[in-house]
Ligand binder design. Structure first.
Ligand code: ADP
Length: 796
């Protein structure tokens, strides 16, 4: 390495008079050279190398100017700043790659006046610029302030050492002090250049103070952020170490709680007979748990998961008691009537006895509320000696409710199936899925498809719950579904099930149920005895007739409970020792009658007819009313009717108009009448075609002025040409009409076969007229003039 050393330059800064006016220039890419500053420059550009070649002891002055853009390789006049520093070359060091390192020392500011040449290297005409000093207090103060600022900055920058600060203290000249301070910092070129271009020392210090202040602020903020980040990290590290130490101390003292917990879990795992898969998963999870700090959130999640795995009755089942005689006794002992259903259940159990697996159809009890679906399920469970569990599927829309959420969700749990199995504590309970007809479907997935898997004997031996992650065998579970009506059940589910219908009870059956089951049960539940309270049949009948209107016996049971409460209070307060419940007592205990036999009271003028509707609660009677007013031939329909029902009303009116002459309405000007049909109760939406005949009867009655017989109820769909078509739900409708005290029904002739399903007692008590044509309905339903007269005479 060839090193060329020139005279040291300590004094040259003061030799201003001999400084040249034309200078060769070395452009600086990313820095600014200040007077008095000594820096090494890496020189690689061809022009600069040529310049260095011409340097000798006599002419070793050069000009150093910063480039505006560091990346420009061959800068022209526009690429350079207008101010630079005269420098002297102290040392040139040849580097192996043909480039050189030059150590230069700044001497004096200059301003560029003109370009003298640009080849072989740049030469410019310059004007030497001297500092303009003012000796005043303000400058002194600024100097002090600058020193303090540098002191503060040095606290953030380890590369500004004590020596640097000492050097700054030693510099007395304010201009030079400012230059040196700025040159020490890693500032942007434009900022340094502004300082270089100020000759007024006071202004220079002011500007420098401004720049340094900003710089200090940045350093402070940066360091604060750094500290915060550092603080977070070191805090969690510290906690981790402390916890580890604590663990070690606990272990040493022999009270390692976590260790004990893990050991207990392991012991429990060994004791419980988990299937192989579940065993493996649990073991792995316990291992994972043992490596987690117990205070972490994940620990709790993992612990809960292990508990679920360990607590599920994977292999725990109850011994089936398949004594059919005993099963029959239990079913008989718990339920009155329901002969067909009980018979089918016993057959079902018989098959179970012969064929050990559960691959038969799933039973589905279908009927209105309160007919004993749940209690049948319970009886089956107790006959078999199995546990009984029940979940309601009503309103269930989310598949995750059946299958559970994956454990990655916060607060995840298994689905309702697995939860219930855990509650049962055995893997072969009788599992009742209530309200399977009310299951929904939306964007959260289709719960019925998950249910399909649950109910399918080909699949349910490996039911996958998202939370468990290990398949659970549901094949030993005896599923029973319940539903109010069949229509809304998804067809695929319906396919898997065998439906047993429980249509509802007639008064006589309700009386028996009340006498034999509900009354003894409520007496016991209220802490009473047979000595203290006695229900008479007429009282029970009255409750059934006047305080309830339902297909089942749920409200009946409730009213009986209300009477028991009433008596319990009297007995407890020693007002009475024994209470006989007769009609009079019932009224006192339950208040005014809630339901009347309304038909004769409602049908007091033409335009009203009695229909029957089929509802989820069984069936009910309804009154259709029609009225007329002056208008433009419009048909007004109210009572929240669906489209099908509205169309039936249109069809009824069209039929009447087409038959006006036969009906004695030849003179009627339909165009000047508005007809209004209303179906109470207005708050409940209704639809379906089966009210057709009733609407038509009401309209015909209105227009002809003939009353409809108050003891007749009717159902049937109509066509425009007056044919009557069959409708559904006949059994429920007949029972509802019977409940309401109606003894004559008009039914479509094609529905005659459906009557077989209704109880014989009802059939015996009622009269049925089967019709094909609308004209027959009107013939039967509308009173004739002489009948009307007779009725009027009677009334008078
Ligand atoms: P569902 O599940 O059909 O809504 P529940 O099984 O809850 O009806 O029955 C309601 C109440 O009526 C229960 O106390 C039940 O024991 C009783 N019950 C219903 N039907 C009968 C019956 N045939 N014999 C005896 N009790 C009955």
């Amino acid at each position: 390495m060839n090193i060329k050393i020139n005279n040291p330059a300590e004094d040259k800064t003061d030799e201003m008079e001999i400084l040249p006016e034309i200078l060769p220039i070395i452009p600086l890419r990313n820095s600014v050279l200040f007077p008095h500053q000594i820096i090494p420059l890496a020189v690689g550009r061809e022009k600069s190398l040529k310049l260095l070649a011409d340097i000798n002891e006599q002419t070793n002055y050069i000009g150093v100017i910063a480039q505006k853009q560091g990346l420009v390789d061959d800068p022209g006049p526009d690429d350079l700043y207008q101010w630079g520093t005269i420098a002297t070359v102290l040392k040139v060091i040849d580097l192996p790659d043909d480039s050189k390192s030059v150590i230069v020392q700044g001497i004096h500011r200059f301003r560029l006046l003109d370009f003298a040449q640009s080849d072989p290297y740049i030469k410019v005409v310059i004007e030497k610029m001297d500092d303009v000093t003012t000796d005043d207090l303000q400058t002194e103060a600024l100097v002090m302030n600058l020193r303090t600022l540098m002191q503060s900055i040095s606290e953030y920058l380890p590369n500004i050492t004590g020596e640097h600060l000492m050097m700054l203290t030693n510099i007395q000249d304010p201009g030079r002090l400012t230059d040196t301070a700025i040159s020490l910092l890693n500032l942007e070129t434009p900022e340094k250049e502004t300082i270089l271009e100020i000759v007024s020392v006071k202004e220079r210090i002011e500007k420098a103070t401004f720049i340094l202040n900003e710089y200090l602020q940045k350093l402070e903020i940066g360091s604060k952020i750094q500290n915060e980040v550092q603080g977070e990290i070191s805090k969690s590290q510290r906690e981790y170490f402390l916890r580890e130490q604590m663990k070690a101390i606990h272990k040493e003292l022999g009270d390692d709680k976590e260790g004990v917990e893990i050991a207990e879990l392991r012991e429990k795992l060994e004791e419980s007979e988990l299937p192989e898969d579940a065993h493996k998963v649990t073991e792995k999870e316990i291992d994972r748990l043992s490596r987690m700090p117990s205070s972490s959130a994940e620990y709790t999640v993992s612990r809960t998961y292990i508990d679920w795995l360990l607590d599920l009755p994977w292999n725990k089942s109850t011994e089936d008691n398949l004594d059919l005689k005993k099963a029959e006794e239990i079913l008989e002992g718990d339920h009155y009537g329901l002969v067909k259903v009980k018979k089918r259940v016993i057959e079902y159990l018989a098959v179970r006895k012969l064929k050990k697996d559960m691959k038969g159809p799933i039973l589905c009890f279908m009927g209105p509320p309160g007919v004993g679906k749940t209690s049948l399920g319970k009886s089956i469970a107790s006959a078999l000696g199995r546990k009984f569990i029940r979940i309601s599927l009503g309103g269930l829309r989310d598949e995750a409710e059946i299958r559970g959420h994956r454990r990655t969700y916060i607060g995840a749990l298994p689905g309702r199936i697995i939860q219930s199995i855990k509650r049962a504590g055995t893997n072969n309970p009788v599992f009742m899925l209530d309200e399977i007809d009310k299951i929904g479907m939306d964007f959260r997935g289709d719960p019925s498809s998950a249910l399909l898997e649950v109910l399918d004997p080909e699949q349910n031996f490996s039911f996958a719950d998202h939370y468990l992650d290990v398949d659970f065998d549901l094949s030993k579970v005896m599923f029973i579904a319940t539903a109010n009506i069949a229509d809304p059940i998804p067809p695929a589910l319906k396919d898997r099930m065998e439906t047993l219908e429980l249509p509802g009870y007639i008064e006589e059956e309700k009386l028996q149920i009340a006498r034999k089951f509900l009354v003894p049960k409520q007496i016991e539940e209220h802490g009473l005895s047979d000595e203290q309270i006695v229900f008479h049949d007429d009282a029970l009948r009255q409750i059934i007739r006047s305080y309830t209107r339902e297909a089942g016996v749920r409200n009946l049971e409730r009213e009986i409970a209300a009477i028991c409460r009433h008596v319990a209070k009297q007995v407890a307060s020693e007002e009475t020792k024994r209470q006989e419940i007769e009609e009079e007592r019932v009224r006192k205990a339950l208040g005014p009658i809630k339901f009347f036999s309304e038909t004769s009271e409602r049908i007091i003028r033409p335009g009203i007819a009695t229909g029957v509707a089929w509802t989820a609660a069984g069936g009910d009677i309804l009154f259709i009313e029609a009225t007329r007013m002056k208008g433009k031939g419009n048909l007004i329909l109210t009572g929240q009717l669906g489209d099908v029902m509205k169309e039936s009303a249109q069809a009824a009116l069209s039929y009447i108009r087409s038959r006006a002459e036969d009906l004695g309405l030849a003179d009627l000007d339909f165009e000047s009448e508005n007809i209004h049909v209303h179906v109470p109760a207005g708050g409940i939406p209704k639809d379906g075609p089966s009210a057709g005949v009733t609407i038509l009867s009401a309209m015909a009655s209105l227009l002809t002025g003939k009353l409809v017989h108050s003891d007749i109820a009717m159902t049937g769909e109509i066509t425009l040409r007056g044919t009557v078509l069959p409708v559904g739900g006949i059994k429920e409708k007949v029972l509802a009409a019977h409940r309401a005290g109606i003894r004559h029904m008009i039914l479509p002739w094609k529905n005659e076969k459906d009557l077989e399903e209704t109880p014989e007692e009802v059939r015996e008590e009622m009269k049925f007229s089967f019709i094909k044509e609308m004209s027959e309905v009107l013939e039967l339903a509308l009173q004739h003039e002489n009948e009307e007269k007779a009725a009027d005479d009677n009334a008078a």
